[in-house]
Design a protein around this ligand. Structure first.
Ligand code: ATP
Ligand code: MG
Ligand code: MG
Ligand code: MG
Length: 438
């Protein structure tokens, strides 16, 4: 992508409305634009990151055996009356009436709709276990939308729903999602800690929130520092094997959100030097809720003895759009964003430090063609900005590798390769740069 043809509206000034660094940097880097309180347009740079995150979430859901479908954003109020949540959900729900005076709502979550789909088709325990998910926009009329995409009103969520014949099987489904979440967040360069959590309006009795530790987070959390260095399962993990040892390892070390924090147990189990009390960002939450929805909505299957039983359910959310902000909170410095490679909008950016000069133009053009041909996602800053402005913009938008092409280096046939993450620089030939990035 040539920057001269791209749409990257970088802001020079710090936007006043942004209280936290990720919100500030997303606006400054031209990633998104607020259209109404808590409602954002994703601009090309931001959308590239959102899609990368979405794809990692999708790959790990698929690996764990979940199946993707896509449900609509609008739902019938009557469906929610069946579960009793239409009135219970309160003002966070955006209620809509169509021209025929039918009551609709913009889905804040999908337990009811997926249960309706399930009960229409699945009649026997033989079709279980089943886990269905989608990645779809949600709407919650938050009391205080703030911090940009971290607490939006319209936001992108991955939500999965598991169906099992009994509690033991449902726990196996829960464990699969637990492990898939460990892998998902680790692949994005995040340390997200599973913490015991309250179940809230979803209901049920077993739940973990996945929390990224950050001072700007909205949740107060307590944990044992040992939990910060536990190993995350590799991609060879067998989801049909016994996951209990992994779950036990992660849940036997103290980690809890404020809502369920047990101060006496914390004191008893965690030594003073290992006590961590800080804030965190909830990037995902998993629930086992038993027969809560299948009882009210009559989602029954025939068990092995032929008798109908209500299925045991779980639901599993990931805040896909919130993750964009959460990753920036975890990966930035004073100059801007430092994207982990797995979610970066581009892998590399070529900075032509003397646009219009034959030698740099030729070298940049050649490098750009070569990297593009090899499938490297590369942005080429071919604008006629001065070098200082190009450095600042590249640091701000946070692309992991910067390739500096200036007349001085070219005299010796060298380019400079700068790593945004740690600022290290190397002088390399163009061929060496290509080899490094492919
Ligand atoms: P919060 O406590 O932050 O309000 P929640 O517990 O209400 O979130 P869940 O119902 O657990 O949210 O939804 C699953 C995930 O969706 C959350 O873990 C979070 O990452 C994301 N999410 C929830 N609300 C928002 C929001 N307003 N903006 C962006 N992401 C959100
Ligand atoms: Mg909420
Ligand atoms: Mg919450
Ligand atoms: Mg939650």
């Amino acid at each position: 992508m040539r920057l001269s043809r791209f749409f990257l509206p970088i802001l020079k000034e710090n936007p006043k409305e942004a209280e936290i660094v990720s919100h500030r940097l997303m606006l400054r880097a031209g990633m998104m634009r607020q259209e109404a309180a808590g409602i954002y347009a994703w601009l090309p740079l931001g959308l590239r990151v959102l899609k990368k995150i979405e794809q990692i979430v999708r790959e790990e859901q698929n690996r764990a055996g979940a199946l993707e479908l896509l449900m609509p954003t609008l739902q019938l109020a009557d469906l929610w009356r069946e579960s009793g949540r239409y009135d219970a959900y309160g003002p966070e729900m955006l209620r809509i009436t169509d021209r025929h005076k039918r009551e609709l709502l913009f889905g804040p979550t999908n337990e009811e709709m997926i249960t309706e789909i399930f009960r229409a088709y699945v009649k026997s325990y033989k079709s279980l276990p089943l886990n269905l998910y989608h990645i779809q926009w949600k709407f919650r009329d938050e009391q205080r939308p703030r911090f940009g995409v971290m607490r939006g009103r319209e936001f992108l969520m991955k939500d999965a729903y598991s169906f099992d014949i009994d509690e033991a099987a449902a726990r196996r489904s829960y464990n699969k999602m637990f492990v898939a979440y460990l892998r998902t967040f680790a692949r994005m360069g995040l340390k997200a800690i599973p913490m015991r959590a309250e179940t809230g309006p979803i209901g049920g009795d077993l739940s973990h929130e996945f929390i990224v530790l950050a001072e700007t987070g909205e949740s107060a959390v307590y944990c044992d520092s040992d939990v910060l260095s536990l190993p995350v399962p590799g991609e060879e993990i067998d989801y049909d094997g016994d996951l209990e040892p992994i779950i036990r390892q992660w849940t036997s070390v103290y980690a809890a959100t404020e809502d369920v924090h047990d101060a006496a147990r914390f004191d008893r189990e965690v030594g003073p030097e290992k006590k961590v009390h800080t804030r965190g960002i909830e990037v995902g939450q998993i629930f086992y809720f038993g027969t809560k929805y299948s009882d009210t909505m009559k989602a029954m299957v025939a068990g092995p003895d032929g008798a109908d039983v209500p299925i045991h359910g779980g639901s599993y959310g990931v805040g896909v759009s919130r993750l964009v902000g959460a990753i920036i909170e975890a990966c930035h410095d004073d100059a801007g964003i430092k994207w982990p490679e797995a979610v970066a909008p581009f892998k590399a950016v070529i900075l032509n430090l003397k646009q219009g000069s034959d030698d740099t133009d030729t070298a940049c053009e050649k490098l750009y063609q070569e990297l593009t041909a090899k499938g490297v996602e590369v942005l080429y800053d071919d604008t006629d900005q001065r070098a200082g402005a190009k450095f600042a913009a590249a640091d701000l938008i946070g692309i992991p590798w910067q390739i500096l092409v200036g007349p001085k280096g070219l005299v010796d046939g060298k380019l400079e390769l700068k790593r945004r993450g740690d600022g290290t620089r190397e002088n390399l030939s163009p061929a060496e740069v290509v080899a490094r990035l492919t």
